[in-house]
Ligand binder design. Structure first.
Ligand code: ACM
Length: 716
């Protein structure tokens, strides 16, 4: 099980912190000009006036205008057409004076997208014209995305507000890892996610290509790797080049990962001679951590890797190669007498030392092929050369420690989007948190971060919904100033970004409807939609236990249709919070709560009937009753509060126990609204105590009484 306890505990801590610091509506800082930019630019000033977007809209270029810039402008204009339903001229306009948007680019930037690319830009919009200036084409592409995000519409039509923006990223490495090994994701999935990444100014696709469950890249030198290790689901070299070109056109680097020496079963299916045990090996179908490991004691293994990485170095132009290095169990090494003998002879005192030996050999191979080595933080030890990049997944301290010792590092701990935490938990997770004791020189080694889309439980149908929109919040953390931390405002903008990502073909919103229709077998889906909006897939690694499945199982159940970070639950929670803040009147939010609860109440019997008639939904049977219980508990609590009638302790206990029952995961989903309903029940019982305390103290008292128990460390 990838990431096991440590990351879970740390993420939970981050989640708890996020929940605690999320400002309640009454504590929101002074209003700022509202905009829908994500990531928020480094410097932004709104001015008076607006630039209308009419069907005369055209873009002109001054200075450098290469094919990449022209294609970027073309894509932006087509998107704007789609959004405005207006037809605009093709190609660049000849006369800058008459164009609505002028792009002034100084030069092409790096031939191959690189970590030191200058991505800065300045955008000045007046009521006459917008001017976008950038030192490089990539900077101009970033500015074009900002321009598109600025476009708004109202009764007078579409427009861009007058604004003065100077922007540059806070971190140079803003990545998304896509694991295409556990579940293969075809080129079109990668491409649409590259489009989405570009839309929120991310610049590294970390392509996790090899795993126990699949070897996903064509090797012409060693074709048995992909032929026997992939079920025929791999990227041809031509497709790899196509993806790299597509990414480069958007200013995105492609860093490949070949996970070694562990996570290596699929390599060994075609090449058992590389393994630390004789084999034969089969593609792994289960999720988890497995034993098959390369044999680091044999020269043939290094000869093989030299030839393999030589081939891959020519295929992948990026300066960095990721070699994984994580979660090697060492069990095959322990059992192999020849390996034990080798260790004794060389004075390698444990498996860690042996893996270090392997890494050093691999490092030389990568250097020979002109690549910088990157690996998960297991590879970090004192005598590692300084040009190795540490990718931290097990904790923030590893990153800081690496930086202190002069190593570049990238943070993924806290950005594990596969664990289904809300965007808020990731958003406040900072590679260089406030109070960091790193010197500026040390801090410069912290290159940025990467969201990780591990793919045990995603298919092309669901992967977008696990990546987006939450990853846009991570993109903002990595681009925008550290002080950009208003969770509520992030969510407001995230909702807009989410819809705009759809124009790029992302399926995170729309596929849910399709999946629910399939589950319902063509029957009316509205009750199921109500349910799906209120539940989330279980978090962390609970899915492993709740729904034992393999990489061959269909991922088409309710849990797959459910999405992380329920909007409906967050809105309900905000209304419940507003209601508690409005003690003792209990007016604010009451109408909205009543409407929501009544809808649940109405949906519950219809849902029960739908589930009965739809075998694919039978596992969700208890959820209809739960929905009904939550609705009843919430409506009664609301009624007590708004009428000023005190319920008995018996009522409270009955209701709390039914809410608790409803809160338990079933069918690998859980009600994201259960906690808010619990608060209402507690509040209803506690309201007479308003006589003894201030409204603010009372609210804190209610929150404390209804707080969830602290998370227990999980047992595997
Ligand atoms: C990892 O999650 N094992 C990098």
């Amino acid at each position: 099980m990838r990431a096991r306890k440590l990351v879970s505990a740390i993420l939970l801590a981050a989640f708890a912190a996020a929940v605690n610091v999320a400002p309640a509506p009454s504590q929101v800082p002074a209003p700022r000009p509202r905009h829908n930019l994500m990531p928020v630019p480094a410097s932004l000033r709104f001015n008076a006036g607006r630039l209308p977007v009419t069907n005369a809209f055209a873009v002109a270029a001054r200075g450098h205008a290469d094919a990449r810039l022209r294609a970027g402008v073309e894509r932006a204009v087509r998107r704007l057409e789609g959004r405005t339903v207006m037809e605009f001229a093709r190609g660049l306009a000849a006369d800058p004076a008459a164009a609505a948007l002028v792009v002034e680019c100084a030069g092409p930037g790096r031939a191959v997208p690189a970590v030191d690319e200058d991505e800065s830009y300045a955008l000045e919009v007046t009521d006459k014209q917008a001017v976008l200036k950038a030192p490089t084409t990539v900077g101009a592409l970033r500015g074009l995305e900002t321009f598109l995000q600025l476009v708004e519409g109202d009764r007078e039509g579409f427009y861009v507000p007058a604004v003065s923006i100077k922007d540059r990223p806070r971190f140079p490495w803003r990545g998304l890892l896509i694991d295409v090994a556990r579940h293969y994701q075809p080129v079109e999935v990668i491409k649409r996610n590259l489009d989405a990444m570009a839309a929120v100014k991310m610049n590294v696709l970390h392509w996790h290509l090899t795993e126990d469950q699949g070897f996903r890249v064509e090797s012409k030198k060693f074709p048995r790797l992909h032929q026997l290790g992939s079920d025929g689901l791999y990227f041809t070299q031509e497709q790899v080049r196509e993806v790299i070109a597509y990414a480069a056109a958007r200013g995105i680097r492609v860093v490949p990962e070949f996970d070694l020496p562990g996570h290596a079963t699929a390599w060994l299916v075609g090449h058992p001679e590389l393994g630390s045990a004789p084999g034969p090996y089969q593609i792994e179908r289960r999720p988890g951590i497995f034993e098959p490991t390369l044999d680091p004691t044999r020269e043939e293994v290094y000869k093989f890797l030299d030839a393999f990485f030589g081939e891959m170095a020519a295929l992948f132009p990026d300066a960095y190669f990721h070699i994984g290095g994580d979660e090697n169990t060492g069990k095959q090494w322990d059992r192999n007498p020849r390996i034990q003998e080798f260790m004794k002879r060389r004075g390698l005192k444990d498996n860690h030392a042996l893996q270090t030996y392997f890494n050093q050999r691999l490092l030389k191979i990568l250097q020979k092929h002109g690549k910088r080595m990157m690996g998960w933080d297991e590879i970090f030890q004192p005598d590692l050369p300084k040009d190795v990049v540490i990718h931290s997944w097990r904790g923030q301290t590893a990153l800081a420690e690496a930086a202190r010792r002069g190593y570049d590092g990238v943070l993924s701990n806290g950005y594990y989007i596969d664990l289904i935490f809300p965007a808020s938990a990731h958003y406040l997770n900072d590679p260089l948190p406030e109070g960091s004791t790193l010197t500026p020189a040390e801090a410069a080694h912290v290159l940025g971060g990467e969201a990780t889309m591990w793919a045990e439980w995603v298919t092309p149908e669901t992967i977008d919904s696990r990546i987006w929109p939450r990853t846009a919040a991570i993109a903002e953390r990595l681009w925008s100033p550290r002080e950009t931390r208003d969770v509520e405002d992030m969510y407001r903008r995230l909702a807009v970004v989410s819809v705009r990502l759809e124009e790029l073909g992302l399926t995170h919103e729309r596929n849910q409807g399709m999946m629910l229709r399939r589950l319902a077998g063509g029957k009316e889906t509205w009750p199921l939609e109500t349910l799906a909006a209120l539940v989330e897939p279980v978090k962390e690694y609970r899915r492993y236990q709740q729904r034992p499945q393999t990489m061959l199982s269909p991922l088409t159940g309710l849990v797959d249709a459910a999405r992380p970070d329920s909007d409906a639950a967050r809105r309900f929670g905000a209304h419940a919070d507003a209601l508690l803040s409005d003690a003792p009147r209990f007016v604010a939010g009451a109408t909205e709560l009543e409407a929501a609860l009544s809808e649940w109440q109405r949906a519950a019997p219809a849902l029960a009937a739908l589930i009965e008639g739809s075998p694919a939904l039978h596992e969700a049977r208890p959820l209809a009753g739960d929905l009904s219980e939550l609705a009843a508990a919430g409506l009664e609590a609301l009624s007590y509060l708004t009428r000023g009638v005190a319920p008995s302790a018996g009522w409270r206990d009955r209701r709390l126990s039914s809410v608790e029952q409803a809160a338990k995961p079933k069918a690998a989903v859980e009600f994201a609204v259960a906690q808010s309903v619990k608060q209402l029940v507690v509040a209803a019982h506690e309201w007479p105590r308003l006589r003894e305390m201030t409204a603010a103290d009372w609210k804190a008292h209610v929150k404390q009484l209804s707080a969830p128990p602290p998370p227990r460390p999980r047992q595997h």
